[in-house]
Design a binder for this molecule. Structure first.
Ligand SMILES: Cc1ncc(COP(=O)(O)O)c(C=O)c1O
Length: 385
């Protein structure tokens, strides 16, 4: 069997054509026609009043924390089980990330733990829709209203997923998408900030454009643009935007093909038998939400079994990986942040979770091969079951 990577971008001839056409365009810098078209498409796909392309999901989170007016002395609540970027956006503002636990079934930030962590310094809560599975947005939007906190969605994994018929990324005041190479829609390195409160759009444009009023000039509202606020260089180039646009145009097709692979995995007799025997657990989501097949992950009995299975799969040319190491007890997490409450589920999921290969072109016979190996290991040598 040929090597099976963890993930693979869905390359199409239309992608190549789009990038070549963009190369012929004399305008390469961000904010051109490809960027504008991709932003309009994102607004339509997500149901948001404003999308701004950024050069990464990290950059979109950085912008979000500036727009939320997070500053020194403030606290922002976020899950410990996430990527460093969720926390660095807070730390770059001189504020303190407060790490809370995740739910043991959904692997998403636990609303009770978040509520218990609120202090008079709390400015915002960043919810992370892990694997494109929606957080309990009813609870978080309610917390936002009751405690006057901004709810920001880290929707890095979640393009196309939804909650109660609302697309993820349209629910928080602000939301960040990632179009990194590992994501369902990839442009190598790119992201987007969704500005769902129209009152923040004008300032977001300034922050996006290196702190200047350049967008006002483009609209013909002023004759010279100048430095008016803080900001940075957050725009992706037109080449990136062209690739992104080409793939966003196929969002539904890409997500549907990933879902077909995901459903084949989940309904597979080997998975069903491992679930029945209690040797694995799977992430759950509420019936009101629909995920986007961003990850196919399993929870194994112990960290040791997970690590040995990973090695075994590697020896068979199958790429499988653990995921986040908890942020709260990482070197930077201890230096810049603090933990609130028990982080038991975070540690448990981090120790035991394995991600199996998932991408549009993964064939059923490859999934059969992967699951045969997983099943044999867990039933035989791995657990002594
Ligand atoms: C939950 C989460 N947030 C943010 C990011 C950062 O996105 P990017 O790599 O586009 O900067 C990632 C990246 O994988 C992520 O997993």
């Amino acid at each position: 069997m040929e090597p099976i990577p963890l993930t693979k971008a869905p390359l199409d001839t239309t992608d190549k054509d789009a990038v070549l056409a963009a190369l012929d365009n004399p305008r390469m810098e961000g904010g051109g026609t490809y960027s504008i078209e991709a932003e309009k498409l994102l607004e339509k796909l997500i149901g948001s009043p404003c999308a701004m392309l950024t050069n990464s999901g990290t950059a979109a989170l950085d912008m979000a924390m500036i727009l939320a007016n997070v500053t020194s002395g403030d606290e922002v609540i976020l899950p410990s089980y996430t990527f460093s970027s969720t926390a660095t956006s807070v730390v770059l503002r001189g504020a303190t990330p407060v790490f809370v636990d995740i739910d043991q079934h959904t692997y998403n930030i636990c609303p009770d733990a978040a509520e218990a962590a609120i202090t008079d310094k709390t400015k915002a809560i960043i919810v992370v829709h892990y694997a494109g599975v929606a957080c309990d947005m009813e609870r978080f939007l309610d917390l936002g209203r009751r405690f006057n906190l901004m709810i920001v969605e880290d929707a890095a994994h979640a393009i196309g997923a939804s909650w109660h018929n609302h697309k993820l990324g349209s629910l928080g005041t602000l939301a960040a998408f990632s179009f990194h190479a590992t994501k369902n829609i990839s442009a190598g390195e790119a992201g987007a900030l969704m500005v769902n409160d129209e009152r923040l759009i004008e300032r977001a444009e300034v922050i996006l454009e290196k702190g200047t009023s350049r967008r006002q000039l483009i609209r013909g509202k002023i004759s010279k643009y100048r430095w008016v606020d803080m900001g940075s260089s957050f725009l992706p180039s037109e080449l990136t935007a062209a690739l992104l646009l080409s793939r966003l145009n196929r969002l539904d097709e890409i997500n549907q093909s990933r879902l077909a692979v995901w459903n084949y995995y989940a309904g597979h007799p080997k998975i069903q038998s491992l679930l029945k025997s209690g040797l694995i657990e799977m992430q759950t989501h509420s019936p009101e939400s629909s995920h986007n097949a961003h990850l196919f992950c399993l929870l194994l009995p112990t960290a040791d079994i997970r690590d040995r299975l990973t090695q075994k799969l590697k020896s068979m040319n199958i790429s499988a990986y653990h995921h986040y190491l908890p942020l709260h007890d990482s070197p930077a997490g201890q230096k810049f942040g603090r933990a609130s409450g028990s982080l038991r589920n975070t540690q448990n999921i981090s120790d035991r979770l394995i991600r199996l290969p998932l991408y549009s072109e993964l064939r059923n016979d490859q999934v059969d091969f992967i699951l045969e190996a997983v099943h044999d290991f867990l039933v035989g040598e791995g657990t002594g079951a």
